[in-house]
Design a protein around this ligand. Structure first.
Ligand SMILES: [Zn+2]
Length: 367
């Protein structure tokens, strides 16, 4: 009788103990980040971030405690373009300028977005340019030249991505359709519409709710500038993307690009850079709010390269005013770019590294 009473007490205690142990081990041992969010400020160097900081303090980017710097040179070139820069981040490989996620002898390099899909996670891209443009394309396609945007559109349509927000519907419709940017009768848009909701207007975008979803909100790569006050902002697209992707409890990969910081640099236009920087920082705020709440999301913010060789010469931080500045070039430079990280394994992205290290490290976390 006494023995029976003891076992009635001990056995449940053992069960509770085992359960707690299981819970702890399950949550510590394979604490791979469930989600990875990579944000790319195209052309965003330290001077571009400082310009944002002059006009906004505190920036959301000031919420990061871990920082590093990354070299951005490409295969055989001292100064990279966005295709090679984004390929290094998406695959961990160096390629020649203009090449997207493959070698020139035809080897396709697996991207972190493809890895997410292999794991049953969801994956998507958000950009303030065409989704067939170099940076987003480097996560979701493989071509020997970034100019093959019609082929990139076909590859995207023939795959199963979960979020595709940006512009560039001209590359998805056959040549006879007004506004088409294609020279053939292929219709990738039709293929997309068979497998996902596709918004072509701000109104339709607002109604997007379910996974998978696409939005091609302008005919060309020229998504409206932040200063155009277009109805749909990078912040809104990022927010919607997170809402949709987090419906998959296995997790997701998301790439968010602030595409036009680079265009401001190419035009040596400080105001353009400032406005795009602040719009990018708004999206950073949305991502950090999500990650802080989720507690199992790795966030990395970086750039593919700096643009303009920008230097800041006079102004007033207290009164949020940049007066004197200089651009050394209308092109890209080889200056190292910043890397900010938050969440599980964030410390692995601190210090001086190469852009390929960022790609390799993300892929290794989802080995
Ligand atoms: Zn550029």
């Amino acid at each position: 009788m006494r023995k029976k009473r003891i076992s009635l007490i001990v056995i449940p205690i053992i069960f509770v103990f085992l359960f707690v142990l299981l819970f702890i081990t399950r949550n510590t041992v394979n604490k791979q980040p469930r989600n990875i969010i990579l944000m790319i400020g195209d052309g965003m160097g330290i001077s571009q971030i400082t310009t944002g900081r002059i006009y906004r303090h505190p920036m959301h980017m000031e919420r990061f405690n871990i920082m590093g710097l990354a070299t951005t040179y490409s295969k055989k070139q001292f100064i990279t373009d966005s295709a090679a820069g984004a390929t290094a981040l998406s695959t961990g490989y160096k390629v020649e300028n203009g090449v997207i996620a493959m070698s020139l002898d035809g080897e396709r390099y697996p991207t972190i977005a493809e890895r997410a899909k292999e794991l049953g996670k969801s994956a998507g891209v958000v950009a303030t340019t065409g989704i067939t443009h170099a940076t987003p394309a480097a996560f979701i396609s493989h071509v020997e030249s970034r100019n093959m945007q019609d082929v990139i559109a076909e590859q995207i349509a023939n795959n199963t991505w979960d979020v595709l927000f940006g512009s560039g519907w001209g590359y998805f419709v056959p040549q006879h359709v007004e506004g088409s940017l294609r020279n053939d009768d292929k219709n990738p848009l039709e293929i997309l519409q068979q497998k996902m909701q596709v918004a072509l207007t701000p109104e339709e975008f607002k109604n997007l709710a379910n996974i998978p979803a696409a939005a091609l909100l302008h005919r060309t790569n020229n998504f409206p500038k932040a200063s155009d006050n277009f109805e749909i902002t990078l912040e809104m697209m990022t927010h919607k993307a997170l809402k949709i992707l987090s419906k998959n409890n296995k997790g997701f990969f998301l790439m968010v690009e602030g595409s036009q910081i680079d265009w401001g640099g190419h035009e040596n236009d400080m105001i353009y850079i400032r406005d795009e920087m602040l719009a990018f920082d708004d999206a950073v705020g949305v991502v950090l709010d999500f990650a802080e709440k989720d507690k199992n999301t790795l966030v990395i913010i970086t750039a593919d390269h700096e643009t303009g060789g920008m230097s800041l010469l006079s102004g007033d931080f207290e009164n949020h005013e940049l007066i004197g500045y200089h651009f050394a070039t209308k092109g890209h430079t080889a200056t190292m770019v910043p890397v900010f990280s938050y969440g599980p394994y964030a410390e692995r992205f601190g210090g001086i590294q190469d852009n390929t290290d960022i790609g390799k490290m993300m892929l290794s976390l989802w080995k």
